[in-house]
Design a protein around this ligand. Structure first.
Ligand code: C5P
Length: 248
């Protein structure tokens, strides 16, 4: 399936269905309970490092059997052969989205994108993580001093990933308005670091409200704690979805 078909298929979902709930819980049982509690609003869920480390492919399969779409967010960062092989496995799990770190470099990004392009039939969109939303300028300089600021780094990594054949990006909504000007409308963009107005920011640094993220050009929003730690997760999710519906 070529890149434009993969992107178009995901963009068929209406704005109110563009929330991906991050099932950041330690066990498969807790994840399945949470998915059940979210009801039909939780039709798109994220399986990240914590849950995949404990639940493995089986939890993905069980969530799929509950009719959930899967964002398999394992953020590959390795040599080309390893990331390409991992991408092929993600495709066999029936995920809709999966991730690779853009700073894995041109060869690894290209190898993973080519592995995806070689999949027969439906496949996940391969998204490149630009700069984590939990990183600010100070932390970035600590890990790799550069004359570039966060925004320039996001733009450079996003352009590289798109050039290598990735289907889209993960970045902060705060980076998006300028970034869309650089990469254009085509790449699929998923934004974490979403906080409804007045919500606790926790460890995130570059945050945006659901409405601001969509208006900035995001296709999908990843929301974890504002939903999963709410007294009533289904109500919290419904509130965010309603805000997005009004944005359209
Ligand atoms: O709880 P919170 O809404 O902050 O969760 C955000 C989710 O998005 C987490 O699952 C985290 O792994 C993910 N994520 C992120 N920053 C990125 C990519 C993914 O916060 N750049």
């Amino acid at each position: 399936m070529d890149r434009s078909a993969v992107i178009a298929r995901l963009r068929e979902l209406p704005p109110g269905k563009r929330v991906i709930t991050a099932l950041d819980v330690p066990t498969a049982e807790k994840a399945l309970d949470l998915a059940t509690a979210l009801g039909p609003g939780g039709h798109f869920v994220k399986v990240g490092l914590e849950l995949f480390s404990s639940g493995g492919p089986e939890v993905v399969e069980r969530l799929r059997s509950m009719d959930r779409r899967i964002f398999l967010d394992l953020k590959y960062h390795d040599i080309p052969n390893t990331v390409a092989s991992a991408a092929r496995v993600a495709a066999t799990l029936g995920a809709d989205l999966c991730t690779i770190h853009a700073c894995s470099g041109r060869a690894a990004l290209t190898a993973a994108a080519e592995a995806m392009a070689g999949v027969d039939g439906p496949r996940p969109a391969l998204l490149a993580v630009t700069v984590l939303t939990s990183l600010d300028e100070e932390q970035l300089q600590e890990t790799g001093p550069s004359a570039d600021g966060v925004q320039e780094r996001v733009e450079r990594l996003a352009s590289l990933a798109w050039d290598c054949g990735c289907d889209g990006l993960v970045c902060s909504a705060a980076d998006l308005p300028r970034l869309r000007g650089v990469i254009g409308p085509e790449p699929l963009v998923v934004t974490p670091g979403i906080r409804p107005a007045g919500a606790d920011v926790q460890d995130q640094k570059r945050v945006a409200t659901p409405r601001a993220a969509l208006e900035s050009g995001a296709d999908f929003l990843v929301v974890g704690r504002p939903i999963t730690r709410a007294e009533n997760p289904a109500t919290a999710l419904a509130g965010i979805a309603a805000e997005l519906e009004q944005t359209s």
